[in-house]
Design a protein around this ligand. Structure first.
Ligand code: GLC
Length: 598
C-alpha cells in the first residue's frame, strides 16, 4: 500500500527544494539555459558508474513466507522501493546454500540457493524482475574460504592424498602438537583448527567453519572461475569479491610478533595484500570479465590509496575496491573493540580525498565505490557523527556526502531511513558470531563486562543487520512470523511508509539527492576537489564538469560552523537540508549545495 505514496524520483523543483524553495526558480532558469551545454558531457562512463548501488542483507530485507528470515521473493516484492531510490545495482549478501555459521559467508554450494532464501527459480525471477526495472543483481563471491560443509572441503579433509587434498591450507602441528603458528583469526582465537582425520591443522582467516581455500592450486582457481562464469551466464551485473585481499598466503608460515596479551598476531597483518596476489586476480579478471559489461568491486582490507593503480582502473584487477581507511579511523586495533581512538575531521576527509585523487588520475582512470556503511559496520550516524547527533539531520548530512562524492554510491539497507545502532543489554541478545567473539576476547584481555558491552554497542555488526522497517505494524512489516533478529525499537516512526509521506524525513532527502544526481550531471561525471581541508567541522568539496561547478558543504559537527562566504560567491544555493541558511554559516549538521553554471 505504501508504494502508492512514495515520492516519485522526478520531483518538481519546488517540492524538491523544500526549505530552499525561493531558490528553485533560479535553478530552473539556469538549468534550462544550460541544457544545450549539458550535451557536452563525458559520455564514456559505464552503466555502473552512473548508477546507485544498494546492499541488501538478504536475511533482513523482507520475509515472504513467515519464517522470520528474509528471502528472494521478499526482495522481488520490494523492488519498487529501490527503483524509486534510483538504484541500478543490488548487491545481495550471499544467499547460496550455507549452514549459516557466518550468516551465509560460509558457502556449502556455490551453485544453489539456500532453501531459507528460496530456489534457483526464485533467483532467476529476481534477476528478470530487477532487469525490468533497470536494476542488475550483484552477487557476493566468497572465494577466500568455503564452508567446512562444502563437498570440496569434506573431500580434502579425508586424507593427505586425495584429489582435493591440497585445495585448502593444511599444515602439520608444531612438535608439541600445537597450531603451526600464532596467527589469530579475524573472529578471534587461533587461525588454525585441528582435524583428526588428517592429523593436521587447516587455516581459517575467519571461523573454524570457514576453511581457507588454497589459491596456489590452479585447480582451485579454475573451479572458482567456473563458479563466477555460471553466474555471469545467469545475467548478473557484477560481483562483490569478499575478503579478497586475504587469498594469497605468504610462503613463510612461521610465528609473527604478538600484538596482544594472548601471544598471538592478527592474521590480517600477516596475509593481507601479499605479494603475488595480483597475478591471481588478473587471471580471474580475464577469465571472467573480458567481453562482458559486468563490474567487480573488491572488499580490500589492507589496500590503501597508494596501492590503487594495481587494484582499479586501466591496469587494475577490479573496477572498484572498498577501502577501509576511514572505517577503522576510530579503532586503534581492529581486534579490540574496547579501545577507541580520537580522530579529527581533516583526517577523515584526507582518506577519501587521497583515494578520489588517485582513482581520478587520468593515468589510472579508476572509480571509487562510495560507502559509509555495510553489513559489517556500525550505522554511520553513530560511527562518524558526534554522540547525541540528531538522527534526521545527521542522516541527511551523511546522505549528502554519500550521494555527491565522485564514485558509485553504495547505500546499505536501512541507511536511507536513517537507521541507528541498537544497544541490547546482554551479549546473549546478539546473534553475530564475530560480535560474541570480540566480547569474549575483551573479557579475556581483562576488560570489565561493562567495558566489553560498551564496545559491542559501538561496533556490533548486528546493528547493520536488524530487519528492514517497512511500516509501523508489528515487526515493522518485515515478517508475519518471529524475526530472526529483533526489529529495532524505533520502527513505529522510522520506516519506509512513514518516511515516504514525510517531506522532512531522511528518506525524502535521499529522493531529493537522487533527483539532483539525475538532473545535475556534475555529480556523476564531475571532477572532485576537496576544499577547506583544515576545517574541523565542515566537509567541503567541488564537483565540476564542463558545464557546471557545484560546491558541497556539510557540517559534520553538532555546533554551528562558519566558512568564508567568498567560496560560493557566484553560485546559487540549489539544495539545503535546513532552512536555507546564510552564506558563510551552517547550522549544526546542515548540508548545503551551491552551483555555478558555466
Ligand atoms: C567479509 C564479510 C563479512 C564476513 C567475512 C567472512 O568481511 O563482509 O560479513 O563475515 O568476510 O566471509
Amino acid at each position: 500500500m505504501f508504494k502508492k505514496i512514495l515520492i516519485p524520483v522526478i520531483l518538481s523543483a519546488a517540492m524538491l527544494l523544500g526549505g530552499c524553495s525561493d531558490i528553485s526558480v533560479n535553478v530552473n532558469i539556469n538549468r534550462d539555459g544550460g541544457r544545450k551545454k549539458l550535451m557536452a558531457v563525458k559520455d564514456d562512463l559505464k552503466w555502473w558508474q552512473e548508477t546507485i548501488a544498494y546492499e541488501i542483507y538478504v536475511k533482513s530485507f523482507k520475509d515472504s513466507d513467515g519464517d522470520g528470515c528474509g528471502d528472494i521473493n521478499g526482495i522481488i516484492s520490494e523492488l519498487d522501493h529501490l527503483k524509486n531510490l534510483g538504484v541500478g545495482a543490488i548487491w545481495l549478501t550471499p544467499c547460496y546454500v550455507s549452514p549459516q555459521a557466518d550468516n551465509g559467508y560460509d558457502i556449502a554450494d556455490y551453485y544453489d540457493i539456500d532453501p531459507a532464501y528460496g530456489t534457483m527459480e526464485d533467483m532467476d525471477r529476481l534477476i528478470e524482475e530487477a532487469d525490468k526495472r533497470g536494476i542488475r543483481i550483484v552477487m557476493d563471491l566468497v572465494f577466500n574460504h568455503t564452508s567446512d560443509q562444502n563437498e570440496w572441503f569434506k573431500e580434502s579433509a579425508l586424507s593427505k592424498d586425495n584429489e582435493k587434498s591440497d585445495w585448502y591450507i593444511w599444515a602439520d602441528p608444531k612438535e608439541d602438537g600445537s597450531a603451526p603458528n600464532n596467527w589469530r583469526s579475524i573472529f578471534g582465537g587461533s587461525a588454525w583448527e585441528y582435524n583428526e582425520e588428517r592429523g593436521q591443522y587447516y587455516l581459517h582467516t575467519f571461523l573454524p567453519e570457514q576453511p581457507d581455500l588454497n589459491w596456489e592450486n590452479p585447480k582451485v582457481r579454475e573451479a572458482l572461475i567456473d563458479v563466477a562464469n555460471f553466474w555471469v551466464k545467469k545475467g548478473v551485473g557484477g560481483f562483490r569479491m569478499d575478503a579478497i585481499t586475504y587469498i594469497k598466503k605468504p610462503a613463510d608460515l612461521s610465528d609473527g610478533k604478538p600484538d596482544a596479551a594472548d601471544g598471538m598476531v592478527g592474521i590480517h597483518s600477516m596475509t593481507a595484500n601479499t605479494e603475488g596476489i595480483l597475478d591471481y586476480l588478473d587471471e580471474f579478471k580475464s577469465a571472467v570479465q573480458d567481453d562482458t559489461d559486468i563490474f567487480t568491486v573488491g572488499e580490500a582490507n589492507g589496500v590503501s590509496a597508494k596501492d590503487l593503480p594495481n587494484w582499479v582502473g586501466k591496469n587494475g584487477v577490479f573496477d572498484m575496491v572498498f577501502e577501509f581507511g576511514f572505517v577503522n579511523i576510530d579503532l586503534p586495533d581492529e581486534s579490540n573493540w574496547c579501545e577507541t581512538r580520537e580522530w579529527t575531521l581533516p583526517e577523515f576527509k584526507a582518506v577519501f580525498s587521497a583515494s578520489e585523487k588517485m582513482t581520478s588520475d587520468p593515468k589510472i582512470n579508476g572509480w571509487y565505490p562510495m560507502f559509509l556503511e555495510n553489513h559489517d559496520q556500525p550505522r554511520s550516524i553513530n560511527h562518524f557523527l558526534p554522540e547525541g547527533a540528531d538522527r534526521v539531520a545527521g542522516g541527511k548530512a551523511l546522505a549528502t556526502l554519500l550521494l555527491t562524492m565522485r564514485g558509485t554510491p553504495f547505500i546499505m539497507e536501512g541507511e536511507e531511513l536513517g537507521f541507528v545502532n541498537v544497544a541490547w543489554p546482554d551479549i546473549d541478545d546478539y546473534n553475530d558470531i564475530s560480535t560474541k567473539n570480540h566480547y569474549k576476547f575483551a573479557i579475556g584481555e581483562g576488560y570489565s563486562e561493562e567495558e566489553a558491552m560498551a564496545g559491542v554497542h559501538r561496533f556490533a555488526r548486528d546493528s547493520a543487520r536488524t530487519p528492514m522497517q517497512w511500516d509501523g505494524s508489528e515487526n515493522a512489516g518485515f515478517t508475519s512470523g518471529k524475526p530472526w533478529l529483533p526489529v529495532s525499537d524505533d520502527y513505529e516512526t522510522v520506516n519506509v511508509k512513514a518516511e515516504s509521506s514525510d517531506p522532512d524525513s531522511v528518506l525524502s532527502w535521499y529522493h531529493e539527492l537522487v533527483n539532483l544526481r539525475s538532473s545535475h550531471r556534475e555529480f556523476i561525471d564531475g571532477d572532485y576537489e576537496e576544499i577547506l581541508h583544515e576545517d574541523e567541522q565542515i566537509f567541503a568539496y567541488l564537483r565540476e564538469n564542463a558545464d557546471a561547478k557545484a560546491v558541497v558543504l556539510i557540517n559534520m559537527s553538532t555546533e554551528k560552523a562558519a566558512y568564508d562566504p567568498s567560496i560560493t560567491e557566484n553560485a546559487k544555493q540549489i539544495l539545503c537540508t535546513g532552512e536555507g541558511s546564510d552564506a558563510g554559516e551552517l547550522a549544526p549538521l546542515e548540508a548545503v549545495i551551491y552551483e555555478e553554471l558555466k
